[in-house]
Design a protein around this ligand. Structure first.
Ligand code: ARG
Ligand code: ZN
Length: 865
């Protein structure tokens, strides 16, 4: 049977549910191939329901065993069953309130999509967001139906977990009760042979909470950092947002097969094991960072997501944008705030700007979707977080705190919309936010340009904005853009007190009396000024300002805003690379010298100095080439990138040697920011030195490395330098460790000399440990190739074919992960006609695949445009 063409769902079509759920009792008789799920659900008619009152329940891949209403068995004549669910017409319902009992059978072992109830290495686990619960039982699987859940699990497995607090347990069974009404997407169940690392936390009001991190036996000594991050998150949310935990127990489970990073199920967070397990020998500093941020993120969802949830999936940014912002604030407080900000902006530009500038551009709050899983995007998450950051910038931190208190007070226990969220801010601040709301409804990255000049002793600045057209949105209204800025003299003195200009129309101008400014700053009146615009990256926009390389060098050396200091250096490196590729004149030697000065400044944080020395990515350069109206050649970009690194390594040799020697944090490993920053600087120096062709230092570091950060850094240099022996030794050492082997697979492709990456990737798919059904492993090979531009964009088209072949194959088993990876093709219109033709052919081949998933069809159609 051929499925009907999936129809898009529209925000404007939202209707309240016909029925609400009073409470739910679930019984699971677990068995890998035939799990029975018995559901007893008490319904009542929704007074706000608008339709005729039929009971509509979602249900997919369920084998119906029996159904009864108020204890009376139903026959097939009483309901309508389709592949999407079950409808009981209003006239068959006994009244406004009734109890429905159902028994279904499901097959967790056959569930390769990893959505609903599935097995992973012999353990049972669930992933229900967004619409996985309908693969477990018949239910109104929509976030605006919230109910308390009681769950009984029957299984011989030793550990049986669900949401909420434990009620009772015995030989082969356990019962859990979650008193907090929740939507079905927050349901979770875990059963397995697991061990816990346990701890306790006492909340501000004195509630004693048991904390457990559940892992497979043997992994229990790799949970310390996640536990530490959890306790710090709990304390931080009390101190900064006044939010306490609300159950007696908080469980985290690590699962090897998981589509995403982690999931905030009430009281039972489930994580990709990559974001839980860490030891100095097996995890890098970057892994530790991620673990801290994701543990915090999922924990913070308890209030922003669980206690207050989303009315419908169009409102996803309500919980995700806010929770990402909260986890960014947390990490900034735990580590260096400027370094965290730079890293977040790097991510935003690499993923969200790329999305916003291509065929997949969509508003932070989309208006329609075919498959909601395709909208867990950088735009919803990362741009969503930028909107919260701007809102805080616009109303100020005190009003922001007051508005959040009001939000929690007003909407606790509700399923809300962006309108509800903005209304709270309007009520608390008395400010009209209708223009700000455009950030939620308009796609595309605004471009801001700046002009300034001095005439008759007056300094004037004009800011202009333009929001580019995006698919389906040809015309845009001006956005409300907070531009934080300062002004420097050519000597590097700050002459204007740091301020925010609200760019709320196509053009805004300001002027100042220069003599007054100079007097207030205690400097002589300058001939010219250098604006430092968009400090702290105060808005997610592209900035065009006609700064000369000399101006940027002044900002790099003196800007009081660390973000813009870094940004100035980054722009110089980008201009050097673009000039090289476009064959225009540029003082690259001068840029390298200026960067060397900043990198050698011991007053600056080593982590910051490492960022100053790091080059823009090849993908960034491709975009920059497009921005000046040229067609990027990924092969030429890879060569230019490598050549510039080698040139920096040669020109800064003595400095880099010194940085390497001076920034050794010593033999004891601490994941804290200070030591991690030193390792980052040291390994950045190692990288630049190695790319000159001298691998002595890298070889020595590889021999002596005592932690994974240093081992991986050295291995990367050796692979990039064409040495294969190190990779073989690394494999021999780590072949028994899944997470470390993911790195091994990935590095051999991503670090390979460019003409070797594709053959490597192909060879690695033949490796006995290439378990392509595991999402992490798939990403570490297929994803790695797709993110290695020179190999992916090989002029023969072989890179495209390789990726497309694997996407088609994975789509048959795991549509969600396959569809997500199709975004590798989203920039295809940037490239030359031959490459476009090759990509188009692959997209067509994917689209024509028999039985293609709804997820993949939607993505390929949108990408093809
Ligand atoms: N809510 C989870 C988080 O942000 C992500 C769940 C993603 N699930 C999905 N099916 N796309 O932490
Ligand atoms: Zn989230």
């Amino acid at each position: 049977m051929k499925d009907a063409v999936p129809q898009p769902i529209h925000l404007v079509d939202y209707r309240p549910p016909s029925h609400l759920v009073e409470d739910v009792h679930l019984t699971f008789r677990l068995s890998p191939k035939g799990t029975r799920v018995i559901a007893k659900i008490r319904f009542r008619a929704n007074p706000e329901g608008l339709d005729e009152g039929n009971l509509r329940l979602d249900g997919e891949n369920l084998r119906l065993i029996s159904l009864s209403l108020n204890g009376h068995p139903l026959t097939a004549l009483d309901y309508l069953l389709t592949p999407q669910g079950l409808t009981i017409p209003a006239e068959r319902l006994p009244g406004p309130a009734f109890t429905l009992c159902s028994e279904v059978e499901i097959d967790p072992e056959a569930n390769t999509a990893l959505e609903g109830l599935y097995t992973s290495n012999g353990m049972f686990c669930t992933q229900c967001e967004a619409e996985g619960f309908r693969k477990i039982t018949f239910y109104p699987d929509r976030p605006d139906v919230m109910a308390p859940f009681t769950v009984r699990i029957e299984s011989d497995l030793p550990v049986l977990l669900s949401n909420g607090n434990p009620l009772a347990s015995g030989e082969g069974w356990a019962e859990w009760h979650d008193p907090w009404p929740k939507p079905a997407y927050l349901f979770a169940l875990v059963a397995g042979d697991l061990v816990a690392q346990s701890d306790r936390f006492t909340t501000a009001s004195g509630r004693d909470v048991a904390l457990n991190i559940w892992v497979r036996p043997g992994d229990e000594d790799r949970c310390d950092y996640a536990m530490d991050a959890l306790k710090r998150s709990m304390a931080w949310d009390e101190q900064v947002y006044g939010r306490e935990y609300d159950l007696d127990i908080f469980n985290i489970v690590a699962v090897d097969d998981f589509n995403m990073g982690a999931m905030e199920n009430k009281g039972l967070n489930i994580f990709n094991s990559k974001y839980v397990l860490a030891s100095p020998e097996t995890a890098t500093d970057r892994d530790y960072d991620w673990i801290e941020g994701i543990v915090a993120h999922e924990y913070f969802h308890n209030w922003t997501g669980n206690r207050i949830t989303c009315r419908d999936w169009f409102q996803l940014c309500l919980k995700e944008g806010l929770t990402v912002f909260r986890d960014q604030q947390f990490s900034a407080d735990m580590r260096s705030a400027p370094v965290k900000r730079i890293e977040d902006v790097l991510q935003l530009r690499a993923r969200q700007f790329r999305e916003d500038g291509g065929p997949l551009a969509h508003p932070v709050r989309p208006e329609s979707y075919v498959e909601i899983n395709n909208f867990y995007t950088a735009t919803v998450y990362e741009k969503g977080a930028e909107l919260i950051r701007m809102l805080r910038e616009l109303v100020g931190p005190d009003a922001y705190a007051a508005a959040l208190d009001e939000y929690f007070a007003r909407h606790d226990g509700q399923a809300c919309t962006i309108e509800d969220w903005l209304q709270v801010f309007e009520d608390v601040t008395q400010r009209d936010l209708s223009q700000f709301k455009r950030w939620y409804t308009q796609a595309g990255t605004p471009r801001v340009s700046a002009e300034w000049h001095i005439a008759d002793g007056t300094l004037s600045l004009t800011l202009r904005q333009e929001v580019p057209a995006t698919p389906g949105q040809p015309l845009k209204e001006p956005a409300l853009i907070p531009v934080r800025l300062g002004m420097l003299t050519p000597e590097g003195a700050e002459i204007l007190p740091d301020m925010v200009i609200e760019l709320d129309s196509p053009e805004v101008s300001r002027s100042w009396d220069l003599a007054d400014l100079a007097q207030a700053a205690g400097v002589s009146v300058p001939q010219r000024v250098i604006p430092s615009l968009l400090r702290g990256f105060s808005a997610p926009v592209v900035l065009d300002a006609a700064l000369t390389p000399e101006d940027r060098a002044v900002l790099l050396a003196h800007d009081g805003d660390p973000f813009n200091r870094w940004e100035a250096g980054r722009r110089l490196l980008r201009e050097a690379l673009v000039a090289d590729l476009a064959q225009t004149r540029f003082d690259t030697a001068g840029v390298i010298e200026a960067l060397g000065h900043a990198a050698g400044d011991t007053h600056l944080d080593p982590a910051f100095r490492a960022l100053v020395l790091s080059l823009p990515s090849e993908d960034d350069i491709a975009q920059a080439i497009c921005d000046i109206g040229l067609v990027p050649d990924p092969v030429a970009i890879a060569d230019a990138h490598r050549a510039l690194s080698a040139r920096m390594g040669a020109a800064l040799g003595p400095l880099l040697q010194r940085l390497y020697a001076e920034n050794d944090p010593g033999p004891a490993y601490s994941p804290a920011a200070e030591d991690a920053g030193k390792r980052a600087l040291r390994n950045t120096a190692l990288r630049l030195l190695s790319l000159t062709g001298d691998l002595t230092l890298a070889r020595a570091q590889f021999e002596n490395a005592r932690n994974m950060t240093d081992q991986v850094a050295a291995l990367s240099c050796l692979i990039a330098g064409g040495e294969t022996e190190a990779a073989a030794r690394f494999e021999a050492q780590w072949q028994g460790d899944r997470l470390v082997m993911d790195k091994w697979f990935m590095l051999q492709i991503a670090q390979a000399p460019r003409d070797m990456a594709l053959d490597r990737a192909k060879a690695l798919t033949e490796h006995p440990l290439f378990d392509w059904k595991n999402p992490n492993r798939f990403r570490s090979v297929i994803g790695a190739l797709g993110q290695t531009p020179a190999a992916f964009h090989d002029p023969s088209g072989a890179g495209y074919r390789f990726v497309a072949d694997w996407l088609i194959r994975l789509d048959g088993l795991n549509p969600q992960t396959a569809a997500r990876m199709s975004t590798l093709f989203e920039t295809w219109r940037r490239y030359d006609a031959d490459r476009q033709e090759l990509i188009r052919a692959e997209l067509e081949r994917i689209a024509a695949t028999e039985g293609l998933s709804r997820d993949m069809s939607e993505m390929v159609a949108r990408i093809s445009g």
